[in-house]
Write a protein that binds this ligand. Structure first.
Ligand SMILES: [Zn+2]
Length: 350
């Protein structure tokens, strides 16, 4: 059931076209998929970011502790706008047929662009969604539509299971040009002060993280380290539930958690390993991005478990670390007693 819904939601969202500032088709898919959830209320802020609030029972007291956020855009071609800053001379490769490319892709990939046009924007002409027998999903835009799909599936799962809790899904615009939607969100933060924003992303696996071995709990990114108690909460829920998760500093890029943290909002991050980041395939060829379906399923299960197990947020007393350290000191008290004579007296004068 869960896997079928993950696939259904992935296909529904990933097959919609998107680009920075042109996220309306993805927004509509998210709204449609959540319209089946009677306990989810979807609102839109002045900038067009979506806030989907799940509330059932009295658990949340009108305050969502967890807000899971993803962005609805992907690097792409937008119709050139008069007055917008033109790419500098060294970046003229970012202009093609009346469109300007927005997002981080190295110049080597622009040798002979093939575009698919959707009115005022265009994407690389690639497959929109393909689920392969080897358990991988391939798409022109996994980043970050997979994150959007994971959050939507999680909200649908809470609805189906009748979970009494409160949490939010946040879907932002224009992340790929520098967190524009996240900044607009932070300026008019619509949730309570103690809410924790968990960035749900796709990212290049770094260090010992392996694609297919579970989502990566992102302790930080290139710009920031995230909230310790919130990060520990994600890891401890995964351990308790037996869900696969990898702890990693994903510092090859940055995510919206850094932007929101800069505005004083507590943040954490979780990512699914991404292949062909920003459509950059081998030999400087543009290609579909990819993720492992099992990682997405584990991510959905973990997000739902966090809401179910810790509806009121993380344990801010230090996640039990202090007790562990105290116990270790107590265990070594005989050694302390046996050596105090060497340390107890003040040093003798020279
Ligand atoms: Zn990206």
């Amino acid at each position: 059931m869960q896997q079928a819904d993950v696939l259904h939601v992935l296909k529904s969202i990933l097959s919609r076209p998107t680009a920075p500032f042109h996220e309306y088709a993805v927004r509509d898919a998210i709204r449609e998929l959540l319209s089946e959830c009677s306990h989810v209320t979807v609102t839109e802020d002045a900038f067009g970011n979506l806030v989907a609030r799940y509330a059932r029972g009295g658990a949340g007291n009108g305050r969502a502790t967890w807000a899971f956020g993803s962005h609805m855009d992907h690097p792409g071609w937008v119709r050139s706008v008069e007055g917008a800053s033109e790419p500098p001379a060294a970046e003229t490769h970012r202009r093609h047929g009346g469109f300007t490319f927005l997002g981080g892709v190295p110049a080597e990939y622009f040798a002979s662009p093939v575009l698919r046009v959707f009115g005022d924007f265009a994407m690389w002409d690639l497959v929109d969604f393909e689920a392969r027998d080897d358990g991988t999903i391939h798409s022109r835009a996994c980043d970050d539509l997979v994150g959007c799909a994971a959050i939507v599936t999680m909200l649908r799962a809470l609805e189906r299971s009748g979970t009494e809790a409160e949490c939010c899904g946040i879907f932002t615009r224009a992340e790929e040009v520098g967190f524009v939607g996240a900044v607009e969100l932070a300026r008019r933060w619509p949730l309570s002060e103690g809410t924790i924003f968990v960035s749900v992303e796709t990212s290049v696996a770094v260090g010992s993280a392996v694609p297919g071995w579970g989502p990566m709990c992102r302790v930080g990114d290139r710009l920031s380290i995230f909230d310790h108690a919130a990060t520990s909460a994600l890891l401890s829920v995964a351990a308790r539930r037996g869900l696969p998760v990898q702890r990693a500093l994903l510092d090859r890029g940055s995510c919206e958690a850094s932007a929101l943290q800069a505005y004083g909002i507590r943040t954490a991050g979780i990512s699914v390993a991404l292949g062909n980041y920003h459509n950059c395939g081998p030999d400087f060829r543009i290609a579909e991005e990819s993720v492992h379906l099992a990682d997405v399923e584990a991510l959905v299960a973990l997000l739902a478990a966090v809401v179910e197990d810790l509806p009121n947020g993380p344990d801010d007393s230090g996640s039990g670390l202090r007790e562990r350290f105290e116990a270790r000191v107590a265990r070594h008290s005989p050694y302390i007693a046996a050596t105090t004579k060497h340390f107890g007296d003040p040093p003798s004068p020279v």
